[in-house]
Design a protein around this ligand. Structure first.
Ligand SMILES: [Zn+2]
Ligand SMILES: [Zn+2]
Length: 151
């Protein structure tokens, strides 16, 4: 007797009924598992200690650059031209970051940072410039915000 004969010898409606029950049970189990996963949430907030090795940057140069940039109470981001300082006031200063135009990791020597080597950008544009997304340089970020192709 081969497999088909085995199944054919059984009561087909009863088999269909069992099959539906199994399917339904599996569905219920999957729903339950899904619910458990969602209800349990994802654990966050564990304290992690990270160690970074980085080249020291002159915070004095960045500080001077920022002070000069914000002196008029208005500062359109060099990337997107959004003037968070004017729109949101003093507190918006924290939204701007100093970008070093000349990357340090290219050379092994210590170098002096001039204020002209720094660029004050909003955090978003700063992220974009450092993003590997499209190897965006400042001009590309500016084009992106002007609506022309960033390519
Ligand atoms: Zn920006
Ligand atoms: Zn930067």
């Amino acid at each position: 007797m081969n497999n088909f004969d085995h199944y054919n010898s059984r009561d087909l409606p009863a088999l269909r009924q069992s099959s539906r029950q199994v399917k339904s049970l599996l569905g219920t189990l999957n729903e339950f598992a899904e619910h458990q996963a969602t209800a349990a949430g994802y654990p966050e907030g564990a304290v992690v200690t990270k160690t970074h090795t980085y080249r020291e940057r002159s915070s004095a140069a960045a500080q001077r650059k920022r002070t000069a940039a914000f002196s008029s109470g208005s500062y359109p981001c060099s990337g997107c031209r959004v003037d968070y300082l004017k729109k949101l006031g003093e507190g918006a200063k924290s939204l701007y970051q100093c970008h070093h135009v000349l990357p340090l990791h290219d050379d092994t020597e210590e170098r002096e940072t001039k204020e002209k080597d720094l660029l004050v950008l909003c955090a978003n544009c700063h992220q974009l410039i450092h993003s590997k997304l499209a190897n965006l340089k400042l001009e590309k970020v500016q084009k992106l915000h002007r609506g022309t192709s960033a390519a």
